[in-house]
Design a protein around this ligand. Structure first.
Ligand code: KIV
Ligand code: ZN
Length: 504
């Protein structure tokens, strides 16, 4: 086994790129997955579940690239309990230094009968067989009895014993439909740890969905009862109501170490950046009151609270913003900042740009600093993340835009686009300035996608704040998300739309 089974800490198994990506609208490109995976590695995540290779060639390639390029964490790939799935997962994982096959099979009466069409005794044979097949390729095998929390405990015990005997080193108990409660989930872990033959040889893992808003509480209860791995996603993204939010479990274990007596190895100062990255890449906004990573998570608005915090932070603050990587609204740079100061700040924020990327980012920073007096950390992160997307060899490039709009004017836009190396200019009217801009871009590119979602969010406070725009479009059978940022929301919208068209 190569997952430090002897050491007592809670392993963080991040499934943002697999279970997280399964939610509608969160599809990510290969490069974007790589970017997130590298950041997760920097955070010191123990396992990155990179994808479900058999599900599509795109998934296969992304897992293979992560396996080749991301060092540090164990790279896991998901497979149903079928030889073909497991072989494909093993193949995708080939280049990884540390690899895990995660195989799953449903064990609840309802799933076995209606989904699998299998009897319990057939499932009891298939599960260890899948683990044995996986062990032909890797030493580190995780097994999940899908819909574990709606399975009969005695049957679950038998399945766990069989897969341990077959060589599984991690047993994950999924609350697939978000049905369990903290008390019941905790009891289930205590039952399995006490009654499964060979339990001491494996790591038990929690995997919760948030349908009843209990995912974090359930995962923590599992930890209290012996789970030593928690499966989770950044910002809690995932199917339906999402998965357990990584930042919540990590910060709860850190802040309440007095109660849980155990913690994780995550570098918590990289949490905010992870949240930002996942938010901008997926276009899934984070609610302002979201624990740990919401814009208001560390804001004290009421006078009584502000007064208390000024006298002693701990009156109303159980964790510091700095502990999750926020240096709240500290002005860092302005128009007169030089390259050295810019570079220093960029590196302190956790970016490692090449010389060319740094130069391009610095020029963009100067453009923004001309319009916006104070540049905050959040602005820099937006600028750097946005810039990394602009450097890809793009077919369409915005050269110029002009809009007119007003209460008594029909909004119209004039756009100059560089298409490959040819400049094309055109004009359209629309329901509003953004609509006019999008229509003009569609006319020039002759691409008319369906607009699924347009999200505009300010990066910091104030009317001169950078705005980040995320746009989701569908063309044919492809859905992509484009992003753009600017102090001008119409320009940011145009950039995000052009970015989406380039991705198509
Ligand atoms: O929720 C679930 O059951 C899963 C399994 C594949 C582990 O995601
Ligand atoms: Zn799941």
């Amino acid at each position: 086994m190569n997952n430090n089974n002897q050491e007592d800490f809670v392993r963080i198994f991040d499934t943002t790129l697999r279970d997280g990506e399964q939610c509608p609208g969160a599809a990510m490109s290969e490069d974007e997955k790589l970017e997130i995976a590298h950041h997760l590695a920097k955070m010191n995540v123990d396992v990155i579940e990179a994808g479900f290779p058999v599900s599509s060639p795109v998934q296969f390639k992304a897992v293979e690239r992560i396996a080749r390029e991301v060092e540090g964490p164990i790279i896991a790939a998901l497979a149903r309990a079928l030889r073909g799935d497991i072989e494909t997962a093993a193949k995708a994982l080939t280049p990884a230094k540390r690899k895990r096959i995660h195989t799953f099979l449903a064990t609840s009466p309802i799933h076995m009968k209606y989904k699998l069409g299998k009897t319990p005794s057939e499932v009891l044979k298939m599960a260890p067989e899948a683990v044995r097949i996986a062990r032909e390729f890797v030493e580190d095998v995780e097994f999940s009895p899908e819909d574990g929390t709606r399975s009969e405990w005695e049957f679950l015990r038998e399945v766990c014993e069989a897969v341990i005997e077959a060589g599984a080193s991690t047993i994950n108990i999924p609350d697939t439909v978000g049905y369990t409660t903290p008390e019941k989930y905790g009891e289930l872990f205590a039952f399995l740890k006490a009654n499964v033959r060979g339990a001491e040889k494996v790591i038990f893992s929690a995997h919760c969905h948030n349908d009843l808003g209990l995912a974090t509480a359930n995962s923590l209860s599992a930890v209290k009862n012996g789970a030593r791995q928690v499966e989770c996603t950044v910002n809690g993204i995932g199917e339906r109501a999402g998965n357990t939010a990584m930042e919540e479990v990590v910060m709860a274990l850190r802040t309440r170490k007095d109660f849980y007596g155990i913690t994780t190895k995550i570098n918590t100062q990289l949490i905010s950046r992870a949240s930002y990255l996942v938010k901008t890449i997926t276009g899934m906004v984070v609610q302002p009151n979201k624990a740990i990573v919401g814009a208001n998570a560390f804001a004290h608005e009421s006078g009584i609270h502000q007064d208390g915090v000024i006298k002693n932070r701990e009156t109303y603050e159980i964790m510091t913003p700095e502990s999750v990587g926020l240096e709240s609204n500290k002005i860092v740079l302005g128009r007169h900042s030089g390259r050295a100061g810019f570079r220093d700040r960029v590196i302190r924020l956790g970016f490692t740009p090449t010389q060319d990327e740094l130069e391009a980012a610095y020029n963009r920073f100067l453009e923004i600093a001309d319009k916006k007096k104070e540049i905050f950390d959040e602005d820099l992160i937006a600028l750097l993340t946005d810039h990394s997307r602009r450097t890809t060899s793009a077919k369409f490039h915005l050269e110029y835009y002009h809009v007119t709009s007003g209460t008594t004017t029909i909004p119209s836009a004039t756009i100059k686009l560089k298409v490959d190396d040819v400049i094309i200019e055109d004009t359209c009217t629309g329901d509003g300035p953004v609509d006019a801009v999008f229509k003009t871009i569609q006319k020039i590119t002759n691409i008319n996608p369906v607009l699924n979602k347009l999200t505009i969010s300010p990066v910091t406070k104030g009317t001169d704040a950078l705005a980040e725009v995320s746009v989701s479009i569908t063309f044919g059978d492809r859905t992509v998300v484009g992003k753009g940022s600017s102090t001008d929301i119409v320009e940011a919208s145009a950039i995000s739309f052009i970015d989406a068209l380039n991705r198509l």
